[in-house]
Design a protein. Structure first.
Length: 204
């Protein structure tokens, strides 16, 4: 095994921070180039008129998953040493719903809002102000909700261990879901595009 590099002490904290900055800048650059610095494009996925966010993010997840799976299979990556955040299913479910509502209302997620700020979008700047305000408010109320935040702990959970199946089966299932998801998203986009075209023709 030769990876993960940090866990095997192939570089230290300083290099990890440098790499984080470089990767973060690259990630932000490609998000902007994909058009994800625009609230209109991001929110369009919730109206099923432009599913680019779904397609790009799912593609990234599947690519990373396949890369890690085959690196592990080749003996180059120890998956047991890859950090997986502990699961607290109920508070994380509530947090996900709050994030989703914020995404719909504000038009950005935290990452894309920073990308949009870098291009001078004032709505994104206001959104980032809301994010900072939310972080501050969460810190203030945390002592009173700490019991809920740490409830329903499941520890380090992965789909294969949770379902009790082989990792390769999970990988195959996720790829299959991705293919079906891309097909479904494209089909919905085309139907809505034809409907909008027909409505526009009727108005003229």
């Amino acid at each position: 095994m030769s990876a993960p590099f940090y866990r095997y002490a192939l570089f230290g904290d300083e290099m990890s921070l440098i790499l984080a900055v470089v990767i973060g800048i690259g990630f932000g650059f490609f998000l902007e180039r994909a058009g994800f610095g625009s609230a209109k494009k991001l929110v369009a996925q919730f109206y099923f008129t432009d599913m680019a966010v779904f397609k790009v993010m799912f593609s990234a997840i599947v690519t990373a998953m396949l890369g890690m799976f085959y690196l592990s299979w080749a003996g180059l990556l120890d998956l047991s040493m890859v950090f997986v955040a502990p699961t607290y299913w109920l508070p994380q479910l509530v947090g996900g719903l709050i994030l989703g509502f914020g995404f719909i209302i504000g038009g950005y997620c935290p990452g894309t809002s920073l990308v949009a700020v870098s291009t001078g979008r004032l709505d994104a700047l206001a959104f980032c102000g809301g994010v900072l305000g939310g972080i501050f408010a969460y810190g203030e109320v945390y002592p009173s909700i700490a019991g809920f935040v740490t409830s329903t702990s499941m520890g380090r959970v992965t789909l294969d261990s949770w379902l009790g199946v082989r990792l390769s089966l999970v990988v195959f299932a996720v790829v299959l879901v991705a293919v079906l998801g891309f097909w479904g998203a494209t089909t919905v986009e085309r139907k809505l595009a034809r409907r909008e075209g027909a409505d526009a023709g009727a108005l003229t």
